[in-house]
Design a protein around this ligand. Structure first.
Ligand SMILES: Nc1ncnc2c1ncn2[C@@H]1O[C@H](COP(=O)(O)OP(=O)(O)OP(=O)(O)O)[C@@H](O)[C@H]1O
Length: 255
């Protein structure tokens, strides 16, 4: 597999606090790579730097062979980097389908035809319906977005990201706040999507991480202390110690 995302020696400081401390990270095409670590380890800060929302102090981000470190958010989005957030961002009063269509419209930029009713524009409608279908929400397309349950909102948010035809999905805690049943649906969905997309996943649910990930990187105080296959990471004594300061905690959480 070729290297799609390569991060070298990335540094981000907030005053005296180094949130990203010389981070190296490689994500290969087609893999689901999980980024785990205790609260405050700097996971969200990295996602922000990859999406272009946070400017690193130094270091380099390469995407598909290009140095994108100084690229704007829209330029990265056009290149295929799509980010989901811990907080779902939906437009109330719009239907499920319309929420996804807004994403498609944004991706198409000026190329859509503003003088035609949006619902008749195939280049907007079809990708939106395809994305809804791939997350299992096609039959809810016409409903008001607020009729969806919390777990379904997460599925919808995923559809909105997929509608951008991403080459790299940055998913920030997609399982946060979900019931067990809702989590199971989303884990199943991610398991199916991971064959089609390259995914960098930040997630606290260790059971989900170890069920889904091809590669796991463990972040502590802004540094990757270990990166490798799930079994290798789980067995790493430094990971067990650093992650929660308790040798058995990681094993218990991943069980
Ligand atoms: N805008 C900011 N200004 C100052 N400090 C910040 C800012 N954003 C994050 N931090 C600090 O940087 C560190 C890393 O935060 P970050 O949110 O990236 O961690 P995280 O691993 O995503 O945590 P969590 O798992 O709780 O979401 C924390 O100590 C946090 O308080």
């Amino acid at each position: 597999m070729n290297e799609l995302l390569v991060v070298r020696n990335l540094v981000k400081r907030y005053g005296g606090l180094t949130a990203t401390d010389g981070l190296d990270l490689t994500v290969r095409s087609g893999e689901l790579h999980a980024l785990i670590g205790p609260n405050g380890a700097g996971k969200t800060t990295i996602m922000g730097q990859l999406a272009g929302e946070i400017r690193p102090d130094s270091g380099e981000i390469n995407f598909d062979g290009q140095a994108i470190t100084r690229w704007s958010i829209p330029r990265r989005a056009l290149a295929g980097i799509a980010r989901s957030y811990q907080i779902v961002q939906l437009v109330e009063g719009f239907s499920v389908q319309e929420n996804v269509m807004l994403m498609v419209q944004a991706r198409l930029g000026h190329s859509f035809r503003p003088w035609q009713p949006v619902l008749r524009q195939r280049e907007i409608v079809e990708p939106a319906l395809r994305a809804l279908d791939s997350v299992g929400l096609a039959d809810r397309a016409r409903e008001d977005v607020m009729t969806l349950a919390h777990g379904e909102h997460r599925q919808l948010e995923l559809a909105m990201v997929l509608a951008m035809s991403p080459r790299l999905l940055l998913l920030d805690e997609p399982l946060a706040g979900m019931s067990q049943a809702e989590s199971a649906v989303l884990v199943d969905l991610l398991g199916r999507l991971k064959r089609q997309y390259t995914i960098l996943l930040v997630e606290h649910d260790m059971q989900a991480v170890f069920a889904l990930a091809d590669q796991v990187s463990v972040l502590v105080y802004g540094k990757a202390i270990c990166s490798g296959a799930p079994a290798q990471v789980r067995a790493d004594p430094a990971v067990r110690k650093a992650y929660l300061g308790d040798d058995d905690a990681l094993a218990r959480r991943a069980a």
